[in-house]
Design a protein around this ligand. Structure first.
Ligand SMILES: *[C@@H]1O[C@H](CO)[C@@H](O)[C@H](O)[C@H]1NC(C)=O
Ligand SMILES: *[C@@H]1O[C@H](CO)[C@@H](O)[C@H](O)[C@H]1NC(C)=O
Ligand SMILES: *[C@@H]1O[C@H](CO)[C@@H](O)[C@H](O)[C@H]1NC(C)=O
Ligand SMILES: [Fe+2]
Length: 485
């Protein structure tokens, strides 16, 4: 393995190594799979409003749409959010480490907003701080007969070998396919959701119904989101720029309803931020906020990448909505603008994996990069690159827009596996070197593992030794015949 060679070989040997790398990738590159699986699916229509999956909890002013997210940088805090309809009541969470015994409490805030003629309920956000790692907490919100109880498990302490199982869901919506995805996810054993954008698809509605469909979606995901954190990334369906309804503030409903711990990573916007959880450093980007050079997001990411410490959190994961590598006709090349700005940073920092959504299908790339593009030389095309992330598109949650079934033909060299079916993924981190990745296709209600493999950490070699960043860059450069980064 190239990554484990420690002494610097001569120029000649390096060229041989480069050639071997190139050939071995060449063999893999043409092994790309376009799955011919014939899926079964429900119609791409939203579940009717009166369905039990959207049921309002019993009791006057009972808390509804309960969901939690990480509340700090390292996983010792949780933000609990919920909605009450009638009165703003106190935004209080009672909590503790044994069921029914709530020895602690925290006070939050309640806000409300209008969206055209829709008036929201009171959206509560409450930060529970100073939690112990790896501990089950029970919590209660609401008052008297209307109160409701839930629980969550805090992650293990930040550390290089802390195991953790993440789920990845995107473009979920609220159809029967979405429900199938949630039901499959519930059996995955994953502990937190990395959500890659496009939540409710409420923007497919008009006027009062936009707000109502945000409310139904909040109740729809509660059975999971009240018990484990979802880390949010924003998608295009969150923008809701609807001037004909007088609504022109981007992300309004989303930002009122879904909190992120952005201040903890020194971000100035809830739309981009980072958290550390167990052995992972997770960076969330916004495809629909300015990101070119000198913009706040660009400046923040540059600083956040410096804070990444692979000795403490070996796994570097990036979430965004628009995929950078996608070979589906849907949204083809929409990720080029962000690729041209950030791809070199992802390669230089040896990001392990980048998850995106947006395209309603599943696709996984090889480790490739296209950072040598130069408008004067014309060099361009993704080349095999050991330092590059694996790009995975999981925009197949099951929303009302249906599947993106048309892949480009022939399958490009960079595409390793692609299939237009609904599903979700899991990333099960075992230790600093190994993680098991698994894509689960929703198939007739059965749990089917379709695309799965062992992901090796980009920073720690397979034998547990640190990989040498510099040398890998040099070899990659030789393969690409261009010497600068
Ligand atoms: C929020 O709630 C207050 C008090 O109930 C109400 O007076 C106000 O109109 C509401 N604001 C919005 C934006 O709906
Ligand atoms: C582009 O290529 C030209 C000609 O080889 C070179 O002088 C220039 O430095 C390159 N620019 C970048 C940004 O790589
Ligand atoms: C890491 O996990 C993998 C897969 O479970 C295992 O084979 C390997 O021995 C582990 N490495 C260490 C250093 O524990
Ligand atoms: Fe999208």
């Amino acid at each position: 393995m190239i990554g484990t060679v420690n002494s610097r070989p001569s120029w000649f040997v390096q060229v041989i190594f480069a050639a071997i790398t190139f050939l071995s990738y060449g063999a893999r590159v043409y092994g790309g799979i376009t799955s011919t699986f014939v899926r079964s699916e429900w119609p791409s229509v939203d579940i009717p409003l009166d369905n039990e999956v959207f049921a309002v909890p019993k009791g006057h002013n009972a808390p509804q749409q309960v969901h939690i997210t990480q509340g700090d940088y390292d996983g010792k805090a949780v933000i609990v959010s919920w909605v009450t309809t009638d009165t703003p009541v106190l935004s209080v969470v009672h909590f503790g480490t044994s069921p029914g015994r709530y020895t602690l409490s925290a006070k939050g805030t309640a806000t409300n907003y209008t969206f055209h003629n829709y008036k929201s309920g009171y959206v509560h956000h409450c930060l529970l701080e100073g939690l112990k790692y790896d501990t089950k907490y029970y919590y209660k919100i609401g008052e008297g007969d209307s109160s409701r109880e839930f629980s969550f498990q805090t992650p293990p302490k930040i550390g290089p070998d802390a195991p953790y199982k993440f789920g990845i869901i995107g473009d979920l919506g609220q159809t029967y396919n979405s429900l199938s995805t949630l039901e499959h996810y519930m059996h995955s054993g994953a502990q937190a959701v990395l959500f890659v954008g496009d939540l409710s698809y409420a923007d497919r509605y008009q006027y009062n119904d936009v707000g109502l469909r945000w409310d139904t979606w909040g109740r729809f995901i509660e059975k999971i989101a009240a018990y484990q954190p979802w880390l949010w990334a924003a998608g295009n369906h969150e923008i809701e720029y609807m001037p004909y309804m007088g609504e022109v503030i981007p992300f309004k409903s989303y930002l009122y309803r879904y909190a992120t711990p952005y201040l903890a990573s020194k971000s100035t916007s809830p739309l981009w931020y980072a958290v550390r959880r167990a052995s992972a450093h997770i960076i969330v980007l916004s495809s629909y906020s300015p990101f070119v050079k000198y913009t706040p997001q660009w400046m923040w990411l540059r600083e956040e990448l410096k804070r990444v410490d692979r000795e403490k959190t070996p796994w570097l994961i990036v979430l965004m909505h628009v995929p950078i590598y996608n070979s589906n006709d849907a949204h083809f090349m929409e990720g080029e603008s962000m690729r041209s700005v950030f791809e070199r940073w992802f390669v230089r920092n040896k990001v392990d994996v980048i998850f995106a959504g947006h395209v309603h299908a599943y696709e996984r790339s090889y480790r490739i990069s296209n950072i040598h593009y130069n408008v004067s030389t014309g060099d361009r095309y993704p080349i095999p690159d050991e330092s590059a992330p694996v790009y995975i598109t999981v925009g197949d949650g099951g929303n009302q827009e249906g599947l993106a079934g048309r892949f480009r033909d022939p399958q490009p060299d960079y595409s390793a596996f692609r299939e237009a079916s609904y599903g979700h993924s899991t990333l099960e981190i075992k230790n600093r070197t190994h993680a098991l990745y698994h894509w689960n296709r929703n198939d007739d209600g059965r749990k089917v593992a379709t695309d799965s493999f062992v992901l090796q950490n980009q920073y720690w070699a397979t034998n547990g030794r640190r990989r040498r960043l510099k040398k890998n860059h040099y070899l990659t450069s030789l393969v690409g015949q261009i010497a600068t980064y």
